[in-house]
Design a protein around this ligand. Structure first.
Ligand code: HEM
Length: 556
């Protein structure tokens, strides 16, 4: 006899009820019993001193999914106060150990290859979107080579070409998109910040990195494919991959079509080069496809068409939401500090002005990179307060000892509790560099958007700053990067999985913001700064987050 029948037999009242009454009563009793058991086990069974403290949760399996998912930063801050820098929580059946503070980031992001694995956490959600044979579908050594290829594509020569193309796309968007149509009647345009930034991001990324064929297809079927593919990046797929959901079937169809689309481009370019007697199919192109078609693995093998196609999809997806979220937050933060918009404008006049009010020389890469400290500090400060990725995860492949010094960084950590901690093999480990980036014990006026902090001597500097000594750098095969070992500012991560797109993101965002500053003044509609929305995998401004954009008086 099963448990269900036994429960009914053992309860006289229930025995006399019909099945539609029995079922919900039994279900409710089962839930109450499992909650009681779960609570009792947390309160009564003593925790081993060497395992990290566990965040209390009422429901088995669900654990802290709701509180973490709704507002991860409040969740981290509250549990840090209670437990210190290292604690474990249950996330839909998975044990996740959080390691906060710069040392926590170091533990997770600079863990050795045999200690922590990114592919074991990210593979299930990314491989169906990017496709096979790239990124987390290949051994780490292959990914490191693939990152080297991408780095080659982000050459100074290519970046030079991109600045003008980005300006062109932003100006065309403003001139032609219906969002800005009120401007034609001399009125301010009210725009949905994230929607406008998303469109500008994909337009500029496709015109530059992705290549002209992608740019030309954006208005047609490509946009729908992108949408279906992007829908694969949902928290549910991250936690329970492989569910037979209609959205996942659409994702798989879109992946196949998009893969075919890129492979066709590669084939056509190769055929055209052969016909034209060119030695290389890269001739004349400044995009990533051209670079990838020329690259070779260390063993001399060129990339297959599939690898090229799937790396292009990975780059498209990796850059889209991160950059469009950052651009949105930058415009929103600036709107709440009109004096910084003025400083940015004055910087443009100082560096690029040609003497006529409202008239400028075209933006260019070298000047952008070296002579616009205020613009640079605005992007840095935006990423300090609004890093798009709040949680970076790995799987612990073996027991991980927590350094004895953790919690001693002026953080709220409880050193004595964490001294002998071991994060057990099989836990997911989670770094949240965004917590340190707004830690009041590490940053003066931590909660204030203050780009000038990056210009003042003695302030904390960013990951790639001149304060990084050569001994802090490591090369995983795609160029020396800072380990970021003790940095409280890691919006692009650290270690072997560190972002490869930082340079491009800075160029793209800087050029977009400068172009907008040259032409507009703006404010937040209703004046209220939007809250963050954590329900997607990237931190977005909660809707409605609209801007009222007014043409500058001197602008053409
Ligand atoms: C990795 C942030 C833009 C491509 C990462 C990581 C972070 C990050 C935090 C590390 C993830 C981890 O350790 O698990 C950002 C931010 C961006 C940005 C804040 C913009 C503001 C881009 C762009 C591209 C890109 C534009 C492509 C052109 C990548 C790639 C990786 C990566 C390929 C490496 C993944 C790995 O090695 O496992 N990014 N990213 N990102 N990002 Fe970005």
């Amino acid at each position: 006899m099963d448990i269900f029948s036994r429960a009914i037999q053992a309860t006289p009242w229930l025995r006399d009820q019909s099945l539609p009454v029995q079922l919900p009563v039994i279900a409710l009793a089962a839930i109450v019993a499992s909650v009681a058991l779960n609570v009792a086990s947390q309160l009564l069974i003593p925790r081993s001193k060497s395992t990290p403290p566990m965040v209390f949760h009422w429901f088995p399996f669900v654990g802290s999914a709701v509180t973490y998912g709704m507002d991860p930063y409040t969740f981290f801050h509250e549990n840090r106060k209670r437990h210190g820098d290292v604690f474990t929580f249950l996330l839909l059946g998975r044990k996740v150990t959080v390691a906060l503070g710069p040392k926590g980031s170091n533990l997770v992001l600079n863990g050795k290859l045999n200690e922590v694995s990114a592919e074991d956490v990210y593979g299930a959600v990314t491989v169906p979107v990017f496709g096979k044979e790239v990124v987390y579908d290949v051994p780490n050594a292959v990914l490191m080579e693939q990152k080297r290829f991408v780095k080659a594509g982000l050459s100074t020569e290519n970046l030079h070409v991109y600045v003008g193309q980005i300006v062109d796309e932003v100006e065309n968007f403003v001139a032609n998109d219906s969002t800005f149509s009120a401007l034609k009647a001399g009125k301010p345009a009210v725009i949905d910040t994230f929607q406008a930034m998303s469109e500008i991001t994909i337009l500029t990324a496709s015109r530059t990195l992705q290549g002209q064929e992608i740019r030309e297809s954006l208005d047609k079927s490509f946009a729908d494919l992108y949408h279906d593919l992007d829908a694969g990046f949902t928290p549910i797929n991250f936690i329970m991959p492989g569910l037979p959901l209609p959205a996942n079937f659409r994702r798989d169809r879109a992946q196949q079509k998009m893969s075919r689309f890129y492979r066709d481009i590669v084939e056509k370019r190769r055929a055209a080069a052969e016909k034209g007697g060119l030695e290389s199919a890269a001739g004349g192109y400044h995009d990533m496809i051209a670079t990838l078609m020329e690259q070779k693995y260390k063993n001399g093998r060129p990339l297959s068409d599939i690898e090229i196609a799937h790396m292009m999809i990975a780059l498209l997806m990796a850059g889209q939401h991160t950059s469009s979220a950052t651009g949105s937050w930058a415009l929103l933060r600036l709107a709440s500090k009109p004096e910084v918009i003025r400083e940015l404008y004055d910087e443009q006049v100082r560096v690029y002005g040609d003497g006529t009010p409202g008239s400028f020389r075209p933006l260019d890469y070298e000047t952008n990179k070296t002579q616009l400290p205020i613009l640079d500090s605005v992007i840095r400060e935006t990423l300090r307060m609004h890093p798009p990725i709040h949680s970076i995860m790995r799987l612990a492949l073996k027991d991980l000892p927590v350094p004895a010094t953790m919690g001693g960084d002026g953080s709220a950590g409880k050193k004595s509790d964490t001294q002998t901690l071991i994060i057990p093999k099989g836990h997911s480990v989670l770094a949240a560099p965004g917590v340190s980036a707004i830690d009041p014990s590490l940053w003066p006026d931590a909660g204030e958007f203050k780009p000038s902090r990056w210009l003042e001597a003695g302030q904390l500097k960013g990951e790639e700053s001149s304060s990084t000594s050569p001994s802090d750098t490591v090369d995983y095969g795609w160029g020396a990067v800072s380990t970021g070992a003790n940095s409280p500012y890691l919006p692009f991560g650290a270690g072997r999985h560190r972002c490869i797109g930082e340079q491009f993101a800075y160029l793209q965002l800087g050029t977009i913001v400068a172009t907008v500053v040259r032409g507009f003044e703006w404010e937040i509609e209703g004046g209220k700064f939007p809250e963050p929305d954590y329900t997607s995998m990237i931190v977005l401004p909660k809707a409605p987050a609209r801007l009222v954009m007014r043409r500058r008086k001197h602008a053409a």
